[in-house]
Ligand binder design. Sequence first.
Ligand SMILES: *Cc1c(COP(=O)(O)O)cnc(C)c1O
Length: 231
Amino acid sequence: MVYLKQNIRDIKSRIEVAAEKSRRDSEEIHIVAVTKNFSHEVVQLAVNNGLVLLGENRVQEARNKIGLVKGNVKWHLIGHLQRNKVKKAINIFSMIQSLDSLPLAEEIQKRAEQADKTIDVLIQVNIGREKTKYGIDPDDTESFIEEVALFPNIKVKGLMAIAPFKPNPEEVRPYFQHLSSIFKNIKQKFINNVDMNFLSMGMSNDFEVAIEEGANMVRIGTGIFGSRTTK
Ligand SMILES: *Cc1c(COP(=O)(O)O)cnc(C)c1O
């Protein structure tokens, strides 16, 4: 498991280089370690090596792991959330990065109000307009946020997107540029009850390009833990 320490070190130094290129401090780039398919023992090693934000795609898998991982960590939901799982999700995740529809927002509002909580969310944008992916259409993102901003128990904290997969990460740069411009545009409108703090884009294959284009949160699985098929 020595590789894990080295992987994290490598990722951090690559983040530093990319942050420098965009004239930012690497300290402001948050790493979400994506732990799907990895056991709690492996996740614990990542935490022991200093990672504090953990990302899971499924509520049930997260529930099985969360109690077993020790340390001052925060769990983010990064996968599509079904409405019948909202009640459980708001109990275990400190942020839902995958808010992708109004009915889901309504359910989060209802359950958050019952639990007397405010839930931090990112709006998932389908930046490549792919049929296989969830998310709000880029052109509808601002009006969607204006609607979600009216829910008192939901706090919009930014945007999240998964770019189309391309073997060459340079090919995804235009998608990141597009999302970044949407992000900045909404941020400067200072919508009430909205804090555009986080731009979550970039995964193992393309995080450097994402950071160069303004990401301040990257979600990295295989780059830290290795291949999910040979875990
Ligand atoms: C799996 C996943 C990641 C991490 O992908 P890697 O290529 O393993 O870094 C990031 N974001 C989401 C939404 C994912 O589902």
